[in-house]
Ligand binder design. Structure first.
Ligand SMILES: Nc1ncnc2c1ncn2[C@@H]1O[C@H](COP(=O)(O)OP(=O)(O)OP(=O)(O)O)[C@@H](O)[C@H]1O
Length: 276
């Protein structure tokens, strides 16, 4: 069964994201690249899951398939019980890229509100499962209350990324896909943004699938870390982050935190060695 043949009933927000036996082969006249092999993954609604693995192992491809931007070659994919294409049509998936994609001629507030304007049209079947949130409130939550009227070129890179995160949440999408959203930022800005993201996420509890190359970032943010093998990407193991949510940032560097970092690295190493 392919994504398009998944039943399109009412949105099932308890199911989250499910991938079963997903393969992805990129074929062109000159080459064939098997990017993913037998990927099985279940993400519960409201979970924060990070995909972690070596460069080129297929993390972004998994995200793009979940987003409906790329079709799996075989296997099954569902998002809240519907196909990714349908979830996307219902504006239930927000994509937050590495560098913010704000429109330069619009103010920060207008940029954050934009998704509301675009999404105001009822869905194809007349139902709306999303509850768009107040852009001014969200911009306040990411610390941009004083910059509502500013244009993107008047903001720093970190501020633009904060606006981009706020915009993602404003959409009211149940699923947020974040592809290395902090990788272009300096360490201090990254630390601050991670905390902001945790705060906003704990307020709104959306399902997040996050990609990072930083194991510390993964442990800090996630409920579970999915460790992938080198290409073709398979799931080598899943590490449950058992640290409490309330004071997670304060736990960085503690023996418990470090033990989880080591566990993720060990699973990664096993995946590398298995490929040799
Ligand atoms: N459109 C495409 N056409 C052909 N090959 C592709 C395409 N997109 C991705 N690939 C290949 O699929 C593999 C997985 O790529 P992907 O970008 O998903 O990896 P990644 O784990 O996100 O990498 P990185 O961590 O470096 O960003 C790579 O070998 C890549 O070259």
């Amino acid at each position: 069964m392919t994504a398009s043949s998944v039943a399109l009933g009412p949105l099932d927000t308890d199911t989250g994201v499910r991938l079963r036996g997903v393969e992805k082969v990129f074929r062109s006249r000159r080459s064939t690249v098997q990017a993913l092999s037998s990927v099985d993954l279940e993400i519960r609604s409201g979970e924060f899951v990070t995909l972690f693995g070596p460069s080129g192992c297929g993390k972004s491809t998994v995200l793009r398939i979940i987003a409906g931007l790329e079709r799996e070659t075989s296997g099954e994919v569902s998002v809240f019980g519907t196909s990714p294409a349908e979830a996307s049509k219902r504006k239930n998936i927000a994509w937050i890229p590495q560098s913010s994609a704000l429109l330069p001629w619009l103010s920060v507030k207008a940029n954050a509100s934009l998704s509301n304007v675009v999404n105001r049209r009822p869905d194809r079947n007349g139902t709306t499962s999303r509850t768009p949130l107040d852009p001014v409130q969200l911009l306040g939550e990411v610390g941009l209350s004083d910059f509502l009227g500013a244009k993107p070129n008047q903001l720093s890179g970190g501020m633009r990324q904060r606006a981009s995160i706020a915009r993602g949440f404003v959409q009211g999408a149940e699923l947020m896909l974040m592809d290395e959203p902090f990788s272009a930022l300096d360490e201090l800005t990254k630390d601050a943004l991670q905390l902001r993201l945790l705060e906003v996420w704990s307020q709104h509890r959306k399902t997040i699938v996050f990609v990072t190359h930083s194991v510390n970032e993964a442990v800090l943010l996630s409920d579970r870390i999915v460790v992938m093998t080198p290409r073709p990407g398979r799931i080598q193991g899943v590490v449950d982050i058992t640290l409490p949510r309330e004071n997670r940032p304060e736990l960085a560097g503690t023996p418990e935190f470090t033990a989880l970092v080591d566990e993720v690295k060990q699973v990664l190493r096993t995946g590398w060695e298995g490929e040799r």
